[in-house]
Structures are given as C-alpha cells and as structure tokens.
Design a protein around this ligand. Structure first.
Ligand SMILES: Nc1ncnc2c1ncn2[C@@H]1O[C@H](COP(=O)(O)OP(=O)(O)O)[C@@H](O)[C@H]1O
Ligand SMILES: [Mg+2]
Length: 234
C-alpha cells in the first residue's frame, strides 16, 4: 500500500472567545495526514487533542488557516457541504462507544447506512460484513449490554467503517478498556491503516506509540513534534 497525502492543515488555529477572554485551543498548526498510516495524537487533558481531531473530521471550522482535503479547500464550504463531506469521508470512534442500547450490534452498525438511505437488505449485508471483519459475526444479534467493553468498541469501529470512509478518527478509543482489549482494538486499527485508511488515534496513553506510524504531540494547544516513529526510535 502506497501512502499518500489525503489531508493537509495550513496554519490552522482555533480560538474560543468566552466573554472578554480568549482560549487558544489550537495554536497555528500545519500538518498533513496520509492514507495507509496510523497517526497517534498525544497530549495531556485540555491540550487541544479533541479540537485538532474535530478540525480533521470536519466537525468544526478553524478560526483561521486552511483545511485542504484531497486537494480541495474545505474552508469555503458551507455547513451542509461540510456535513456531507463528513458523512462520506469520516468514521468516528469515541471512548464511550456511543452504541444505541436497545439496538443489536448489527442494527447499530446498520444505522449510518440507513441514514444514507441504503435499502434494508444492503445495509444488513454490509453491516454483517463489517462485523465479520472485526471478528464479531457471532455477536451480531447481541444487545450492547451483553458485550464486553472491547467487543463494544469493535462494534463501534464496524459502525464507523461500514460507509467505507477514507478516514477513521478515534478519540481516546482505548481509555475505557482493559489492557488486553486495548491491544486488540489497536491491532484492528493498525490493520485498517495497513489496508489503506488514514487512521488517527487521540490518546494520552504512551503505550499506544508502538502501534503508530507517526506520533504527534500536543501541549497547551501547541503541536510540537511530528516526526515519524521510525525516526523517533532510531
Ligand atoms: N467549545 C469550546 N468552548 C470553549 N473552550 C473550549 C471548547 N472546546 C475546547 N475548549 C478548550 O480548549 C482547550 C482544548 O480542549 P480539547 O481540545 O478538548 O483538549 P483535549 O481533548 O486535549 O482534552 C481546553 O482548554 C478546553 O477547555
Ligand atoms: Mg479530548
């Protein structure tokens, strides 16, 4: 798999104004993301990791700077176009899984396809394929409460993937998991990157570095280190 740039941030900054004071959640940052790579974003709580991930996922606009996706500037897009781009190109995974409790694993994974108006039959077969890829075929008809944390997170990954997005953005995906499940989830994310997705994982767990092709450090809104892991470990 050849890695290539999928997205680029150029001097992107995010500032929040609260009354008279301003918070620079993300100071001017330039970086690029590549398909076929797992990028880890590390930093303490409040450092700007989620802000950075939200900009990468077209959830929020930067205050200034340019976001280039597949060679096109997204800064000029309206909110509807941005939402469309997000639905088509991005899958999100969160710390708390965000599964819908009264729905089975299969129905949860079908949800994004139903939102995209896929037929029930197509949604069901694609969702089953995604669950199978995550090793959960035998759990398809279980409700979330019957699943372990690691299994729930793999259902959430299947749900993020079922629409075949180019990017998979994960905010603290292992924070609620035991070490063994965390390793399993990271192995899955690594395999997805190897398969060609641009995978981004936000975490403050240093142990996750071994799964990453590249680690970015954020501290007080400042992105300080974007060396590849190969260079880092030399
Ligand atoms: N919507 C918001 N309004 C005001 N301040 C915010 C908002 N979102 C984040 N912040 C502030 O920006 C900083 C970075 O937040 P965040 O990106 O969530 O950090 P992290 O994910 O690393 O914990 C924090 O000081 C946070 O309080
Ligand atoms: Mg966060």
């Amino acid at each position: 798999m050849i890695s290539e740039e999928i997205m680029r941030l150029e001097a992107v900054e995010k500032v929040y104004k609260i009354g008279d004071s301003t918070i620079t959640a993300l100071a001017k940052t330039s970086l690029s993301l590549e398909s076929g790579k797992l990028t880890l974003i590390m930093g303490p709580s409040g450092s700007g990791k989620t802000t950075l991930l939200s900009i990468l996922g077209f959830v929020i606009y930067p205050t200034s700077g340019r976001v280039i996706y597949q060679g096109k500037s997204v800064s000029a897009m309206g909110v509807n176009a941005l939402a469309d781009l997000r639905l088509r190109e991005v899958g999100f995974v969160f710390q708390q899984f965000n599964l819908i409790e009264p729905l089975s694993a299969l129905e949860n994974v079908m949800q994004p396809l139903r939102l995209q108006k896929e037929s029930l039959a197509t949604a069901r077969s694609k969702a089953m394929a995604a669950l199978t890829a995550l090793g959960l075929a035998d759990r398809a008809h279980n409700l979330p409460k019957k699943l372990s944390g690691g299994q729930k997170q793999r259902v959430a990954i299947a749900r993020a993937l079922v629409t075949a997005p180019a990017m998979l953005l994960c905010d603290e995906p292992t924070a609620a998991l035991d070490a063994k499940s965390a390793t399993q989830v990271m192995n899955e994310l690594q395999a997805l990157a190897k398969g060609g997705k641009a995978v981004v994982v936000v975490s403050h767990d240093l142990r996750l570095r071994k799964f990453a092709d590249r680690t970015i450090y954020v501290e007080e809104g400042i992105v300080s280190n974007t060396v590849s892991n190969e260079a880092f470990y030399k």
